[in-house]
Design a protein around this ligand. Sequence first.
Ligand SMILES: Nc1ncnc2c1ncn2[C@@H]1O[C@H](COP(=O)(O)OP(=O)(O)OP(=O)(O)O)[C@@H](O)[C@H]1O
Ligand SMILES: [Mg+2]
Length: 245
Amino acid sequence: MKDPLTSAADAITVQQLRFSYSDGDPVLDIRHWSVPSGGRVFLRGPSGCGKSTLLKILAGILVAPAERLELLGQPMSALTGRQRDRFRARHIGVVFQQFNLIPYLSVLDNIRLAAYFGNSARNLGQRAGELLARLRLREDVLSRRVTALSVGQQQRVAIARALINGPQVLLVDEPTSAMDIAARDAFIQLLMEICERDQCTLVFVSHDSALAAHFPLVMDMCTLNRAWNVRSPLTTQREAAADVY
Ligand SMILES: Nc1ncnc2c1ncn2[C@@H]1O[C@H](COP(=O)(O)OP(=O)(O)OP(=O)(O)O)[C@@H](O)[C@H]1O
Ligand SMILES: [Mg+2]
């Protein structure tokens, strides 16, 4: 039988990926990782192990030198910065750890901007309303400024914005840290339903291992990222030293 993680139907393939911020120590060193099309992966690991960095590289926001990264069959290194932005807007939905909503815009304008870049402005009001209903947000939040919303509401708006262009790949970074357990489980259930219905590939990042049970695929960053294995004993030593002094 064919191994699904090496099949041509992979939505994400990473090979020999190395990344450092400016002149610092390597943050990522990944030999090979792939996510099958339609797969739903829980990517877990301790704080600082490179989860958000990897997600930003997958989204084309950060660029690793000499990267071998394919998304939906597209080698990312073949794209210019502008082409990456367009590719992201059309095919990838990203929910950032800090949401990255534009504070002085209304909810609708935040979603409208994403739709504009994704070239999908048609029936926008109606589609945004439907998405918010699926995310159990009342339609009257559309006209409110995002700063006037609770953290949980902002989170749902960030997800609506990520979904507005019907992405084939959804990258979600640590979205449940501000939620209680019941809200968290309901949220993950909803995300699964949306991905199932839209046949979307999902990479969901968290350090909360309790969430792994919701996902068919679980990947541990400590295993995946060789740079973390090198860095972590040092980090532990430094932390121990800091405790002493
Ligand atoms: N903009 C940046 N410039 C320099 N170093 C950075 C930057 N962003 C992250 N780092 C460093 O890269 C490493 C990985 O950070 P990253 O944010 O990817 O971790 P993470 O696994 O997402 O952590 P958390 O669970 O706390 O969100 C950390 O050592 C961090 O200090
Ligand atoms: Mg992070």
